[in-house]
Ligand binder design. Structure first.
Ligand code: FAD
Length: 100
């Protein structure tokens, strides 16, 4: 059985949690998952960003799902690519390289 394609735009806490729940329900077998994330790395706990800014935590400590985690779970993470348009008829999402 061929998998359906699932595209998630935004690799923040909400997008990542959504994908985690989909995987927990057997989504890896059902979908080819692609995530667009315009930040050029895996997702992180943004609530802890204040600690990084004040220097009480290192940036490496607040990551949630790393790039290897995405690979292990069969997720194509387009890190550093911003989705700019959705062509529903063609079932395509178009992106550009760059950070917000
Ligand atoms: C310094 C700081 C401290 C905070 N502290 C707290 C706190 O203590 N308690 C609390 O409840 N909340 C806090 N927040 C708010 C909390 O971080 C947000 O509510 C939460 O991150 C929202 O999650 P999200 O996934 O919806 O959005 P975001 O975290 O904004 O994630 C969205 C992601 O999608 C990406 N994206 C957006 N558009 C596109 C596109 N077109 N293509 C590709 N990628 C895209 C963005 O780059 C981003 O990585 C804080 C926020 C900051 C900045």
């Amino acid at each position: 059985m061929s998998k359906e394609r699932l595209v998630v735009i935004g690799n923040g806490m909400a997008g990542a949690r959504t994908v985690e729940e989909i995987l927990a329900r057997g989504g890896k077998e059902l979908f080819d998952i692609t995530m667009f994330g315009d930040e050029p790395y895996g997702n992180y706990n943004r609530l802890l960003l204040s600690n990084v800014i004040t220097g009480s935590q290192d940036a490496s400590e607040i990551f949630l799902n790393s790039l290897p985690w995405c690979e292990e779970n069969g997720i194509q993470l387009l890190a550093g690519i911003r989705a700019i348009s959705i062509d529903r008829a063609a079932k395509e999402v178009h992106g550009v390289v760059g950070t917000s």
